[in-house]
Design a protein around this ligand. Structure first.
Ligand code: AMP
Length: 202
């Protein structure tokens, strides 16, 4: 890590690309907190909070939860963080979220260091998601309501329309780090470590 105590990394990439797993590992290796908005929302659904009841049908349909809700969650999460050492998994997912995040981070003096784009061919993604659902079921773990083939396809579409434009946004900001997301988990992780350390030393 650099002398700068603040570190902000974003994981971009389509559903099924492996963001959660890889973000978790990078966070553990560098003393960063992984914030997965999908996990936070699923936790609300499981606890049947007011927010959980509101968002459950949206998650099950593979659509995006409104920006205001996400921005409020992230604002809350960042407010108690000093220094800001964070990896975002699944946030931002829209241009409005990216703009709001930039403003929040500017206030904290902790700009985005790297936006890691995990690239996996479309034809692999659906298979990976359906397999994740199958494995969870086989292990007796809860199966995500959105890990079915039909909803997985909708999530890819939503990604392409709403989230993929952020690739250009972070590229123009000079923050984009593209990583091949195919191969074993260790191979992908090694590529991420390399790419992020190159990005940091720039
Ligand atoms: P994930 O676990 O990242 O695949 O997210 C699962 C679901 O949670 C998504 O399909 C959305 O319904 C919702 N979600 C997670 N993060 C966001 C976000 N940043 N903006 C809107 N909806 C989100």
């Amino acid at each position: 890590m650099t002398q700068d105590n603040n570190q902000v990394v974003i994981f971009l990439g389509p559903p099924g690309a492996g963001k959660g797993t890889q973000a978790e590992r990078l966070a553990a290796a560098h003393g960063l907190v992984k914030v997965s908005t999908g996990d936070i929302l699923r936790d609300h659904v499981a606890r049947e909070t007011e927010l959980g009841q509101q968002v459950a049908p949206i998650l099950a349909a593979g659509q995006l939860v409104p920006d205001e809700i996400l921005v409020a969650l992230i604002r809350d999460r960042l407010s108690s963080m000093e220094p800001v050492r964070i990896i975002f998994d699944g946030f931002p997912r829209t241009q409005a979220q990216a703009n709001a995040l930039d403003l929040l981070l500017e206030e904290l003096g902790a700009p985005v260091n790297a936006a890691v784009l995990l690239e996996v061919p479309d034809e692999e993604l659906i298979g990976r998601i359906v397999e994740r659902g199958r494995q969870a079921a086989a292990a007796g773990q809860p199966v995500r309501s959105d890990d079915t083939e039909e909803v997985a396809r909708r999530r890819q579409e939503v990604y392409r329309q709403e989230t993929a434009p952020l690739i250009k946004y972070y590229q123009q900001a000079g923050r984009l780090v593209e990583v091949d997301g195919t191969g074993s988990m260790d191979e992908v992780y090694g590529r991420i470590e390399n790419a992020v350390s190159v990005a940091r030393s720039r």
